[in-house]
Design a protein around this ligand. Structure first.
Ligand code: FE2
Ligand code: FE2
Length: 497
């Protein structure tokens, strides 16, 4: 057992007298929430922490728990120096509890309490709604770790393996962030929810994770990069909306989580981008200009661009479902009560109450797609989804630039909002990526061109050969331009045990 874990156990065992304030627990859990002075919180975390570690060992990255990984650890919230880097075994990672600095005089930014002082304690009338928001956010964090747990074995480089594990430990820390709120502010039921977060399992029939996309498999590295680009971006949007919460501890938690989330999005964007780059480079070298010359392209050991588009279509559509029903009274309640804002709430120039306002929502009516003006309060989810779709475009534009620079005639696009949806206004309808309503027969005949099929997935799987030597990169992905924390690209990012 490591020294740190020893310390934890020691401290855990001595938390019965008054002298438990030993700052050692503080050493173990980097925090800026004055952990050592809050006895109740300490006790709750004391009970939860060993279960968390059990969960991590059982459901975290398989096969690499003893390896030393070059990880960044959040040690503060100062924007210029909040993290430190070093090789560490993942079970010994210091998952901290960090809140963004308090903004003096902060007020509730939206809803019927707009302008009142932000809540420092749970507003009693909204207790269960608030708890639900925190639990749903919290549930996504361990879910993605579970989804990604087998990927280490087939990492296309040590650089990528390290990035995977970095994302994983930070999702673990995000779970901590939500558990902190639950156990500090919600008493017994908060503690029960914290435990349940360790008991649900991604993809498990009888006790699945709460949201659909978090029960999908992440079977390969291309899926991982698509997930971190598209699905972690849902995380970004949700965190941004929760960062506007009138419940100040939630706002401060989410504001700091957004700092870490940026790296997850970077891993996704550059992962897909490097895949595109490897494809373009290999095509050019082989003198192939037709992006649909699939057999010849796949023979080069790279992923053809049309398959990347189909993969992206899948991840985009599944992730859009995470925003929930476009028209939602729950979302209206969360906004009106001031518990959750909109994306960029503070910069929006309306009245932030939306009693009279409307918002255009696309719906299916009499076999046609029509846009209706809906009371804006009930269209909060629809708006966040639109903001998300706009936010996705930057990466596609940059990937397209790479393709254009290589002189290849191909362009990634986002499918129509209603494509392949299971939740909300478009559920139960068959809509093409170009926005045409289709019959079931027409969908069955054509959807193979729009979503990855079994042979696509088998091909991707065939590329997943581990490259576990420093500086070695798989054929299908270009090395990064720069390493992590200015290290070289052939740095030993993971010392495999
Ligand atoms: Fe997260
Ligand atoms: Fe994330």
């Amino acid at each position: 057992m490591s020294e740190q874990l020893d310390t934890l156990v020691e401290v855990s065992e001595s938390i019965h007298g008054d002298n438990f304030v030993e700052v050692k627990y503080d050493d173990l859990i980097p925090n800026n929430v004055d952990l050592s002075s809050d006895r109740q919180l300490l006790r709750a975390l004391e009970a939860w922490h060993p279960n968390y570690l059990d969960w991590w060992k059982e459901m975290g990255p398989e096969g690499f728990q003893e390896s030393e990984v070059y990880l960044r650890t959040a040690v503060g919230v100062d924007p210029t120096g909040w993290a430190k880097f070093g090789h560490v075994k993942m079970p010994e990672y210091r998952w901290g509890i960090l809140l963004a600095p308090k903004v003096e005089g902060r007020t509730i930014p939206c809803g019927r309490h707009k302008g009142q002082a932000a809540w420092q304690e749970v507003p009693g009338e909204y207790r269960s709604l608030l708890r639900r928001l925190i639990v749903v956010q919290g549930d996504t964090e361990p879910a993605s770790v579970e989804q990604q747990r087998y990927l280490g074995k087939t990492a296309p480089s040590l650089y990528d393996m390290r990035n995977l594990f970095q994302v994983n430990v930070e999702e673990g820390r995000h779970l901590w962030a939500m558990v902190y709120l639950l156990v500090k502010y919600f008493g017994k039921d908060g503690r029960e929810e914290a435990q349940a977060l360790l008991e649900r399992r991604s993809g498990q029939q009888d006790n699945p994770r709460i949201l659909g996309a978090f029960n999908e498999r992440t079977p390969d590295w291309l899926s991982f990069f698509m997930f971190t680009y598209f699905t972690d971006r849902d995380g970004k949007m949700q965190l941004a909306a929760l960062a506007e919460s009138g419940f100040d501890p939630l706002s401060r938690s989410c504001r700091f989580m957004l700092t870490e989330e940026a790296h997850h999005l970077f891993v996704g964007e550059t992962g897909v981008g490097r895949t595109v780059e490897a494809t373009c480079t290999a095509m050019k070298k082989a003198g192939i200009t037709d992006p649909y010359d699939i057999e010849a392209i796949r023979a080069l050991g790279v992923v053809d661009l049309p398959l990347l588009q189909r993969k992206a279509n899948f991840h985009m559509s599944v992730t859009r479902d995470l925003f929930g029903s476009e028209i939602s009274s729950n979302a209206a309640d969360a906004f009106s009560s001031g518990l959750k804002g909109r994306f960029n709430e503070a910069n929006l120039t309306d009245d932030h109450e939306l009693q009279e306002a409307t918002y255009p929502v696309m719906q299916v009516e009499n076999g046609q797609l029509v846009t209706n003006e809906i009371p804006a309060l009930r269209a909060i989810n629809s708006r966040l989804l639109d903001d998300y779709i706009a936010d996705c475009q930057g990466g596609l534009d940059r990937w397209n630039k790479t393709i254009e620079n290589a002189g290849i005639d191909f362009k990634f696009t986002q499918p129509h909002k209603g494509f392949n949806r299971r939740i909300g206004e478009f559920a139960g309808h068959r809509i093409s990526p170009y926005g045409e309503l289709l019959t079931e027969e027409a969908w069955q005949a054509q959807s193979g061109a729009w979503l990855p099929n079994d042979s696509d997935m088998a091909f991707i799987n065939s590329l997943m050969k581990p490259c576990h030597q420093p500086g070695e990169y798989a054929s299908w992905i270009a090395p990064p331009r720069v390493g992590i924390n200015k290290q070289a690209t052939d740095f030993e990012y993971v010392k495999i045990a």
